[in-house]
Design a protein around this ligand. Structure first.
Ligand SMILES: [Zn+2]
Length: 301
């Protein structure tokens, strides 16, 4: 009897090893960056800041759009999903609200902010709850990084949060396969990734008013889109030698003169106008880290 039992244990061990080995060979890692302004059911500024009466509702709505994407990602073949809280304090998503299969990155003290933890080991990137870039004529709470930014250009091209995060994904050779948000956020993302799957959960009438889809319907669409886009994801090549050779030249225009002046403490940062700085870095992650310091961590007030 004991011998039979031992044999069963041994066979189970071998089977478990084979199955695990196979799962590892086919690992499909999905990275989900979740912002708040473009979440279904979020319709105004008073919902997106901690301490506001509607904030508690919004963080639940945020978790539910994220959960829809997580469900879809697993249905589309993901073996691991990492969610990065990407809004404000980046402590909006409550771990207990999130699908337990996903892992959660929290807190805004991150060098890579909205794409913290993203690297070449991932197979697909999904943006959930994104919004239009700063100074868009339309788009709910349009901004880039924080309210101090008027425009960011990388190698001559104006980029919002979706654009900057796409450049990071491109650096690591991971495709951005899906985005959700208002119609302006989705349109702007298509300028960077024309084949991205977009789920428009609301139509921006202007910067404040929106015509929104019901959250229940939005979640159904998000789940279906995540399933399809993750199943179809193909890893592109990383930036070519020529692309890497030119480096990443950043021009950043701010809404005040104080941050640019303080920023000249860093020798690589040049003041090219009272409200505008320029710098060049060899890699996109280096450029991204400086952009983040400029809009978030220099606070002369
Ligand atoms: Zn944002």
């Amino acid at each position: 009897m004991i011998l039979v039992f031992r044999k069963i244990v041994f066979v189970s061990f071998v089977l478990a090893f084979l199955v695990t080995g196979r799962a590892e060979a086919q690992a499909r890692r999905v990275y989900i960056s979740v912002d708040m302004e473009g979440i279904s059911g979020v319709v105004g500024d008073d919902q997106t800041s901690a301490g506001q009466p509607e904030y508690g509702r919004s963080r639940k709505l945020m978790a539910e759009d994220a959960n829809a994407a997580i469900r879809g990602a697993f249905e589309g073949g993901a073996t691991q999903v990492v969610v990065n809280d990407s809004h404000g304090s980046q402590r909006n998503l409550l771990p207990e609200d999130l699908d337990p299969r996903a892992r959660l990155i929290s807190h805004s003290f991150k060098r890579h902010g909205m794409v913290e933890g993203l690297d070449e080991s991932f197979d697909a990137v999904i943006f959930i709850g994104y919004h239009a870039k700063a100074d868009s004529p339309r788009g709910l709470s349009a901004h880039t990084g924080s309210g101090v930014v008027k425009d960011v250009q990388v190698n001559g091209r104006s980029a919002g949060e979706g654009g900057l995060n796409t450049l990071m994904a491109h650096w690591y050779g991971v495709p951005v396969v899906m985005i959700t948000g208002d119609d302006v956020a989705v349109e702007q993302q298509k300028e960077w990734t024309p084949n991205v799957r977009g789920v428009v959960v609301k139509r921006a009438i202007n910067m404040r008013a929106v015509e929104g889809m019901s959250p229940a319907e939005a979640r159904r669409e998000i789940q279906a889109a995540a399933k399809e886009s993750v199943a179809a994801a193909k890893k592109p090549s990383r930036p070519s030698e020529a692309e890497r050779g030119q480096g990443y030249k950043v021009r950043m225009q701010l809404r005040n003169f104080t941050i640019p002046e303080v920023a000249t403490a860093f020798s690589e940062i040049k003041l090219v106008a009272p409200d505008t700085v320029e710098f060049t870095r060899a890699t996109m992650p280096e450029a991204y880290r400086i952009i983040r310091v400029l809009y978030r961590f220099i606070n002369p007030d």
